[in-house]
Each structure stands twice: as structure tokens, then as C-alpha cells.
Design a binder for this molecule. Structure first.
Ligand SMILES: CC(C)(COP(=O)(O)OP(=O)(O)OC[C@H]1O[C@@H](n2cnc3c(N)ncnc32)[C@H](O)[C@@H]1OP(=O)(O)O)[C@@H](O)C(=O)NCCC(=O)NCCS
Length: 163
């Protein structure tokens, strides 16, 4: 079995990342190529991709904030990104559908948590749908209940992990 390689994103990854995002999320929830480009330019340090034999099969990306919840506007612009702030928010964890259930999401998340801890953040924040609450609880995330988020017209739950 091939070993997963996790590395920081590069500008050349943009098209591939956008394709995986569109496979993983409905159109109303998928992040735009424009915002991915901005995240890569501003905060590639907190943006990781996973490769199998040189092929990108997953990603996790983030921004920094002093807020305690992920604000919907942060999905659209990195204007809310405050380098040096306390908390790190995950915008998305994506694994290509062909590779779901192989442990790659877990590897990406564990890599990310380790990075967040080493970089001195206090909490990791994310929003997720009801069916994934248990998935994130396995990493130690705490469910804060229904979120104010209306991102993509869906119902979201706020979760946080104390580092
Ligand atoms: C959610 C997602 C990232 C999970 O990635 P994955 O690689 O398929 O998950 P893994 O194989 O790493 O699963 C790790 C563990 O979680 C469990 N798990 C997977 N999906 C789960 C779910 N929906 N609920 C509870 N547990 C789940 C697995 O059984 C495994 O458990 P184990 O460690 O005890 O064996 C992936 O399904 C995905 O990209 N979905 C579409 C995009 C999405 O919804 N992203 C999350 C945005 S909030």
C-alpha cells in the first residue's frame, strides 16, 4: 500500500485542489478557486495537501483568528486572518471520494493538529454537519451545539479542540 505524503500547499496545486473540493461538497458549500488562491498566497503554512504516489487525494486548510467560532465571511475572504492570534479555524477537510474510509482524513487531521499545537495556538475551531460530530469527537473535539452559520444554506455545529 502506498504511503501518504503530507506537505504544504504550492500555487501549482490550485486546480487539483478545486476539483477535489467540488467532488467533496455541494456547489453552495464548495470554496471558490478565488478564495483558495488567496489562502495559498496568504497562509500556505496552515494549508496541507495529501499525496499518494504524487497524486493529490486530500487537503486541509485554515486561517487564524481571536474569535471562538468560525465566521461565515471567513469562507469568502482572508481579510479576517490575523497572524499571531490565538485560535486556528479549519475551513475544510477533504478526501477524494475514491479514497474515503482509508484513514487518510485521520492522517491529515492528526498532522494538522500537531502543526497547530507546535505553532502555539490555543484552540482549533471548525463547523461540521451532524453526521460528522462523532468523527471529530474521535480527535478530541468538543461539540458546542448548533452554530449560527448559514454557510451554503446548511445546518452546522460548532466544534473546538483545546490544544
Ligand atoms: C469526512 C472525511 C474527511 C473523512 O475522511 P476519511 O479519510 O474518509 O476518514 P478516515 O478513513 O480517516 O476515518 C477515520 C476514522 O473515522 C471513522 N469515520 C469515518 N467517517 C465517519 C463518520 N461519518 N462518522 C463517524 N466516524 C467516521 C472511520 O471509521 C475511522 O475510524 P477508526 O479510526 O476507528 O478506524 C471524508 O469523508 C470527506 O472528505 N467527506 C466529504 C467532505 C466533508 O464532509 N468534509 C468534512 C467537512 S466538515
Amino acid at each position: 500500500m502506498s504511503k501518504l505524503n503530507i506537505r504544504n500547499v504550492l500555487p501549482r496545486d490550485l486546480d487539483h485542489i478545486s476539483q477535489i473540493e467540488c467532488l467533496c461538497f455541494p456547489a453552495a458549500e464548495a470554496d471558490s478557486k478565488k478564495v483558495f488562491k488567496e489562502r495559498i498566497a496568504i497562509f500556505s503554512e496552515g494549508f496541507f495537501i495529501a499525496e499518494l504516489d504524487g497524486e493529490i487525494i486530500g487537503l486541509i486548510n485554515s486561517g487564524i483568528t481571536n474569535d471562538n467560532n468560525l465566521k461565515d465571511n471567513f469562507f469568502k475572504t482572508m481579510d479576517l486572518h490575523i497572524p499571531g492570534a490565538n485560535n486556528i479555524v479549519i475551513f475544510g477537510l477533504d478526501v477524494h471520494p475514491n479514497y474515503h474510509g482509508s484513514g487518510y482524513g485521520k492522517e491529515l487531521m492528526n498532522h494538522f493538529i500537531e502543526y497547530a499545537r507546535k505553532s502555539g495556538r490555543k484552540k482549533v475551531l471548525l463547523t461540521c454537519k451532524k453526521h460528522l460530530i462523532k468523527y471529530y469527537e474521535k480527535f478530541g473535539y468538543v461539540n458546542e451545539g448548533l452554530s449560527n452559520s448559514t454557510h451554503g444554506g446548511a445546518t452546522w455545529y460548532d466544534m473546538y479542540l483545546v490544544l
